[in-house]
Design a protein around this ligand. Structure first.
Ligand code: PEP
Ligand code: MG
Length: 538
């Protein structure tokens, strides 16, 4: 039996298909024919374009337009003059084309991997994927599609790139396993979209199995059993059947309002990063949006999104959610979530530095554009706005003052906005949790950001694998702060939500219900499970 990170739920019993790409050796050899080497590079880039177009077409068919967008990103990368231009500069310095691609890739990957945001970090996988293809083309080797002909196949690979995953034929492939990756890695996201079980981060699964081995994949516990005996197979067949039945049954909760056994109504909402994410949230029966991370609107571009662009995004989400509550968080940038077009000071401790509300209060010009867009969009639905990284009452009051200024301006311009917007804060700094009873007198609601609250409480960087053993949502000190926040708010008659990962954690939900949390917000795929669990609580 081998253990890894459970990335996509479900059980599978089938035979191994070991994906092995031929290794390509990249040398340091210098070249003299610069023009000829550049021509080779351009030919490889063009071949890559044709290959990616083909994969994209196939992906649209198997996974739908939206999921195939990743390949559009790959094509954009091929057109990015910063990316390909850097390769040419390397060749100008007599580096061979393969090495040039490799060097530039390493630089770009390092930048993306150092970003705080999971989504941005995962973009490094796209760069690696595209570059692997260019290098294979330069070497005259093909990154051939899976030629899987047998049903009940379990793909085992060192890593699966988005293009590998898109080529998986769901009628044959019933699960996959990889040596590397985490729950938010690209392959894990794709597995959840394809709804096939997957275990990632298995370290050496490619060494432990060979083609044709029989495997049981348990995507719930993150466990793989190699060449199981008859009794174990029967045991897992039964588990698989009951899991499938359960999934089917969960769908009955799509339209069910979550009420605990003692009669308390609890809202289960979804977290989104892009306006289009509302569709999946709605399909899973969410009561609303509990966190819209607006910083995504500011990323992957060369300039600030205008008031009009932001207004359109917020309006879209509010309209699609048809009067259900939508909590939009104002810009949470800084730390290592950087914007290429916004120079930031270099700091020793960026996570304790110039970021989120601190930056917005300092850069009123940027903040006001977002606030005006939010106010204008507010007439289209049930908007609630929250400010990130609040550590003191003054910050909240200052932010509200700027809101008032924006309202005045809009009024003078004859523009409409709703007077019913609720204004809240994220409780993600321990000071705000300890001070919750005072803060609650001024805000309309709290949303607990456990991702940061845990790291600040336990002084354990949420990104560091080395201290991940300390990063414990159920640490008594963390629980105490959560309880203080909820009690503080309730004393003033205010509601409290949670939008950190802990809200979708099965092991934490019963405790959070017991503490009186009013709203849980999580990724769309966890919503039905959470509804079920909450319905079972007192
Ligand atoms: C949090 O800190 O829990 C949170 C939801 O915000 P983010 O993960 O975007 O920092
Ligand atoms: Mg946070």
């Amino acid at each position: 039996m081998k253990k890894g990170i459970a990335a996509s739920k479900g059980y599978a019993i089938g035979k191994v298909f070991l994906q092995q790409h031929e290794e390509i050796i990249i040398t340091d050899e210098k070249i003299t024919e610069v023009a000829a080497e550049k021509e080779k590079l351009h030919k490889a880039l063009e071949e890559a374009r044709v290959q990616i177009e083909a994969i994209k077409a196939k992906a649209v068919e198997s996974m739908g337009e939206e999921k195939a967008e990743v390949f559009e990103a790959h094509l954009t990368l091929l057109d990015d003059p910063e990316f390909t231009g850097a390769m040419e500069i390397e060749i100008d310095n007599n580096t061979n084309a393969m090495k040039a691609v490799d060097n530039v890739t390493n630089t770009f990957v390092a930048i993306f991997e150092s970003m705080e945001d999971d989504y941005m970090r995962e973009r490094a996988a796209d760069i690696k994927d595209v570059s692997k293809r260019i290098i294979a083309n330069l070497a005259g080797k093909s990154l051939e599609a899976f030629s899987i002909t047998e049903e009940n196949t379990i793909v085992v690979a060192h890593d699966l790139t988005p293009s590998d995953t898109a080529q998986l034929d769901k009628s044959k492939v019933i699960a996959f396993l990889t040596n590397i990756g985490g729950r938010t890695s690209h392959s894990a996201i794709m597995a959840r979209t394809l709804e096939i079980p997957a275990v990632v981060g298995m370290k050496d699964i490619t060494e432990a199995v060979k083609n044709g081995d029989m495997l049981i994949v348990d995507g719930i516990e993150g466990v793989v059993i190699i060449n199981p005996d008859e009794a174990t197979i029967n045991e897992y067949e039964a588990k698989r059947e009951s899991f499938l039945k359960e999934q089917e049954e969960l769908k009955r909760l799509i339209d069910v309002k979550t009420v605990t056994k003692s009669g308390k109504r609890i809202e289960v909402a979804g977290n989104i990063g892009k306006p289009e994410d509302v569709h999946q949230v709605l399909a899973n029966g969410a009561d609303g949006i509990g966190l819209f991370r607006t910083e995504f609107l500011y990323m992957d571009r060369d300039d600030m999104p205008s008031e009009e662009e932001q207004y359109e995004s917020y309006k879209y989400v509010l309209e699609k959610m048809e009067n259900r509550p939508v909590v939009i968080r104002t810009l949470d940038i800084g730390g290592d979530k950087q914007l290429s077009y916004l120079p930031m000071p270099v700091e020793m401790n960026p996570f304790l530095g110039y970021r989120a509300i601190r930056l917005c209060l300092d850069r009123k010009d940027i903040f006001k554009i977002q606030l005006r867009a939010l106010l204008k969009a507010s007439v289209y639905g049930n908007l609630k706005v929250m400010f990130p990284m609040i550590s003191s009452l003054e910050e909240f009051l200052q932010a509200k003052e700027i809101v008032e200024e924006c309202k005045k301006e809009l009024k003078a311009e004859g523009k409409e906005y709703s007077e019913n917007i609720e204004w809240g804060i994220m409780v993600e700094i321990p000071a705000a949790a300890v001070y919750a009873d005072e803060l609650a007198k001024h805000v309309d609601f709290f949303s607990i950001g456990t991702n940061d609250l845990i790291q600040y409480t336990l002084a354990a960087d949420r990104m560091s694998e080395k201290v991940s053993y300390l990063y414990n949502p159920m640490h008594p000190a963390v629980l105490k702060l959560i309880k203080m926040t909820i009690d503080g708010a309730h004393k003033q008659g205010k509601w409290v939500g949670m939008c950190g990962e802990m809200a979708g954690d099965e092991t934490a939900i019963p405790t959070l219900v017991e503490y009186g949390l009013d709203e849980f917000s999580m990724s769309a795929s966890s919503i039905l499970m959470a509804k079920q669990l909450i319905l079972e609580q007192n």
